[in-house]
Design a protein around this ligand. Structure first.
Ligand code: NAD
Ligand code: TDX
Length: 342
């Protein structure tokens, strides 16, 4: 069995590669990644030498390159993690989001068609459903919830989902989609809420909370996300969408305060800054379908997952210090430098 994993040098993709190499030691895993600012080859150093692993630096929008790789590898399964993934960057500059998330996905779909790939899995997001109001805790996203994207990022992910479904219906492409909630854990790029707050705490820098910090996200430990995808690609039904989430809703401000407590840092580091444009209020997944059909349940409780994650950032300072001292300093200055107070 050969699996092409796109975006495998990023956060969830790399965790998925580690998970799959352990869970299926007889599989061949081929990682295809462009190595954008978010891709980090050092993340994969521990598996680079494994015989059943191959890394290929490639852009999913590069049709010729992608077709060449499919011709060589004849993958049984393709799992597409490759994407521009940060909402704030999409608000600043949407173009590359359309290019990679939509056009790139279409190139992969065409390659799967051309080479008869047995399964294409699209790693999507709960953000395609838009948001839920804070005063209706009884509401959850199900697979029937209409697509209602808020940001250029989520609109690009929703567009890709529509294409995947169209290829399934029109060409009979055996495709599945997972829509997971906010994922956290090791190798999470420090532009995202949890790693950004951990890194800033450890450097005694201000903790920039958008608006009042009352927005709610539904957090899932990365290994649980990876296990869900493993189940879907093997047992999920083609043409189906599976929502993935662990019923773990938390307000941003409570996460930030928890990180301060865990690291013994004062809450006075918290700074309320100008809100994100179009900021989604609440995400909450109903995971009944994946539980009933595939027996998936999250294993790691948030209380344990966040401790493990903080421990990982303490033990792997080189990994993230390298990142935040490079190009990232320019990004940080642009996003947070002149940001007014909330
Ligand atoms: P990430 O930004 O950490 O990693 C993205 C990876 O894709 C990087 O390695 C990057 O180099 C690669 N990439 C980007 N453009 C590429 C291109 N044109 N060709 C080839 N490779 C390219 O992202 P992540 O947080 O690991 O997210 C992975 C996927 O999961 C994304 O599709 C995202 O939409 C989805 N998702 C993320 C979350 C979350 O909370 N992080 C939740 C649900 C779904
Ligand atoms: O500095 C910050 N301050 C802050 O208050 C940052 C970076 C974020 N936030 C808030 C915005 C959100 O309400 O924290 C929340 C989480 O923000 P992000 O980490 O940027 O994640 P989010 O926008 O929820 O999107 C994430 O989940 C779904 C991923 O980045 C997406 O790739 C995924 O699809």
């Amino acid at each position: 069995m050969t699996i092409i994993v796109t975006g495998g040098a990023g956060f969830i993709g790399s965790n998925f590669i580690f998970y799959m190499l352990k869970a299926h030691p007889d599989y061949r895993i081929v990682c295809l990644d462009k190595l954008t600012y978010a891709g980090n080859l050092s993340t994969l150093s521990g598996v680079m030498e494994q015989k059943n692993f191959r890394f290929v630096k490639l852009d999913i929008c590069d049709r010729e390159g992608v077709f060449g790789l499919f011709r060589e590898e004849k993958p049984d399964i393709v799992v597409n993690f490759a994407a521009e993934s940060h909402v704030d960057r999409s608000i600043d500059d949407p173009g590359v989001f359309l290019q990679t998330n939509v056009i790139g996905t279409s190139v992969l779909l065409d390659a799967c068609r051309a080479f008869g790939t047995g399964r294409f899995h699209q790693v999507s997001t709960d953000e395609v459903y838009g948001d839920l109001p804070l005063d209706r805790p009884d509401l959850f996203f199900t697979e029937q919830t209409p697509i209602h994207a808020s940001s250029p990022y989520s609109a690009s992910k929703a567009s890709a989902d529509l294409l995947v479904m169209a290829y399934h219906r029109t060409y009979g492409l055996p495709a599945t989609i997972s829509r997971c909630s906010n994922t956290y854990g090791p190798y999470h790029f420090p532009e995202k809420l949890i790693p950004l707050m951990i890194a800033n705490c450890l450097n005694d820098r201000p903790l920039p909370v958008y608006g009042q910090g009352l927005n709610v996200r539904d957090w899932l430990y990365v290994e649980d996300h990876c296990r869900a995808i493993d189940l879907i690609i093997h047992k999920g039904r083609a043409g189906e969408v599976y929502n993935v989430g662990g019923h773990n809703e938390m307000r941003n401000i409570d996460i930030v305060k928890l990180i301060c407590r865990e690291l013994g840092k004062p809450e006075s580091l918290i700074t309320y800054v100008t809100d994100r444009k179009g900021h989604d209020m609440r995400y909450a997944i109903d995971p009944t379908k994946i539980h009933d059909e595939l027996g998936w349940l999250p294993v790691t409780k948030f209380a344990d997952g966040i401790k493990k994650t903080i421990r990982w950032y303490l033990d792997n300072r080189d990994w993230w210090q390298d990142i935040i001292s490079g190009e990232y300093t320019k990004y940080y200055e642009k996003m947070y430098g002149n940001r007014g107070k909330a």
